[in-house]
Design a binder for this molecule. Sequence first.
Ligand code: DAH
Length: 339
Amino acid sequence: MKAKIDAIRAEALELAASCPSLEELERVRVRFLGRKGRLTLMLRGLGGLPAGERPAAGAALNAAKREVAAAVEARRLALEGERDRRDLSREAVDVTLPGEPRAIGARHPVSMVMAAATEIFTGLGFTVEEGPEAETEYYNFDALNFPRDHPARDMQATLHIAGDALMRTHTSPVQIRVMQRRQPPLRCVMPGRVYRCDSDVSHSPVFHQVEGLLVGEGVHFGHLKGILSFFVGRMFGPGTRIRFRPSFFPFTEPSAEIDISCVICSGKGCRVCKDTGWVEILGAGMVHPAVFEAVGYDPERWTGYAFGMGVERIAMLRYRIDDIRLFYENDVRFLAQFR
Ligand code: DAH
């Protein structure tokens, strides 16, 4: 009996000590020490031995079990140590490696021009106001003196939502909202996103405008000419010429469209200005008395001017971009040029 226990013990110690992996080690442990392990079964079979042999055999078996368990444990610690060292060296960080360069973002040219235009006016004491992009027929058209069923509503191909709801076709409805919540005199700029059913090299279904409004006593067209001349000089440089052409908008009377001398060809004539030497950048005029009536301002007392400009149009001229769609494709090769 003693010899048999010694043989099993020796075999178990040998297997545990040379075990190559934790999985294999667990199999060795189960084989000798598990519930149906060889040493466990022998211990349980002690009852079958003659009474005189039991104490010595029991002691030897228990000693063997302890020894094998200790050997398995020792081997487990060694294997776990090896595994941890392997993991650590795999995860180690080489602090001497050069860093990975991270691309630095830049502001979008549309954002930059919108901010630049807004700042020119805030520098003159204008406040900045905003309104919703989803609007109603009332704010987008009625209150701005567009007659119902008047073809002027079709000048701006409207994206209707449902019922009276639509996506605003211009930032002019913000004028109405501002005048409803404030009393004159006032001056503000209203930058924002607008929507039209339109898409080609110079039209996008979503684009940006900056609207302006000044209401006071004795405000006249000369004030409008003055401020827009100042704006153009700041935005495009002092050499830029400016021209007012008579035009029509339902919410202004008189109305004008404002052109600047073509910044691409300096007025000599090119593709961008269609050989005219001029490009349109703004609509403007004196606020129509009907608009003041819609917001409850007394048109006998108050006069004002308003203007609206296309931000993409100005950005295209300022950066010499010939396709509006480049603004929305988010190609970093395009955007990175505006750092
Ligand atoms: N809302 C006009 C448009 O989108 C632009 C405009 C013209 C705005 C004249 C004005 C204005 O405030 O007075 O075409």
